[in-house]
Design a protein around this ligand. Structure first.
Ligand code: DX5
Ligand code: ZN
Length: 221
């Protein structure tokens, strides 16, 4: 089973990019576990963010796990670049991969952990055949594309469903949840079965990021 104390993954998207190294240090000192890097291509999602060069810069500043979330079409084109840039985990979208099994094996062949994310309208059942091969599933609790959106409550039922599936099919699977996480909803997300919470706004815009981190990390199922 995955660890029972909650993993925290601040999303760098909500950090102050004029002070990137200082923002990363705030996360590291607050005890964050992963640094979540949101890669958007303006095609799979309406927004554009950054590429491997910035991931490499982030990786050079921290010992945290670099957790790269690829919100891009045909991710196979760039997976190797993001692993070379220092990503320890690569998550692709189920909706963006025609040959998901091949993509997952490719990520693993490069020595990174393989994750698959599903959008709010994509059922958990679409992951059934690939679940035994995965290290991580990222349940989107907003429509991907922007930080600062409101949590979509139907994610809770999907987390529960995935938790039941993993007990049978892949007990080591890590369940991560991304989008609209706050100190108020984090408890119910973890109770439903989440191991790792991605927090952009809730962490980087907090008056007290270390306090927010401590509250989230102290949550247990
Ligand atoms: C959304 C991104 C999220 C987002 C999280 O497309 O994948 O990681 O940055 O930000 P908040 O926590 O503000 O929803
Ligand atoms: Zn993300």
């Amino acid at each position: 089973m995955p660890a029972t104390s909650t993993l925290l993954a601040p999303s760098i998207l909500s950090a102050d990019f004029t002070r990137l190294a200082a923002s990363i240090e705030i996360a590291e000192k607050a005890g964050a576990d992963w640094m979540h890097c949101d890669i958007m291509d303006g095609a799979f999602v309406p927004n554009i963010t950054f590429g491997p060069f910035i991931v490499q810069t982030i990786a050079s500043c921290t010992k945290m796990v670099i957790d790269t979330h690829l919100m891009i079409t045909d991710p196979d084109r760039y997976i190797e670049d993001f692993v070379k840039a220092g990503s320890h985990q690569i998550t692709v979208h189920q909706e963006a991969c025609t040959h998901l099994h091949r993509t997952v094996q490719f990520i693993k062949s490069l020595g990174a952990k393989a994750g698959v994310s599903i959008n709010p309208a994509t059922p958990v059942s679409t992951l059934e055949s690939i679940l035994p091969d995965l290290d991580l599933v990222l349940i989107m609790s907003v429509n991907p594309g922007f930080g600062g959106q409101k949590f979509i409550p139907s994610a809770i039922g999907k987390i529960r469903q995935l938790h039941d599936m993993r007990l049978e099919m892949n007990p080591d699977l890590v369940i991560a949840v991304d989008g609209g996480i706050t100190e108020d909803n984090a408890g119910s997300v973890v109770s439903a079965g989440a191991d790792a919470l991605i927090a952009g706004t809730a962490f980087f815009k907090s008056q007290d990021p270390a306090g927010t981190a401590a509250k989230i990390k102290a949550l247990t199922r």
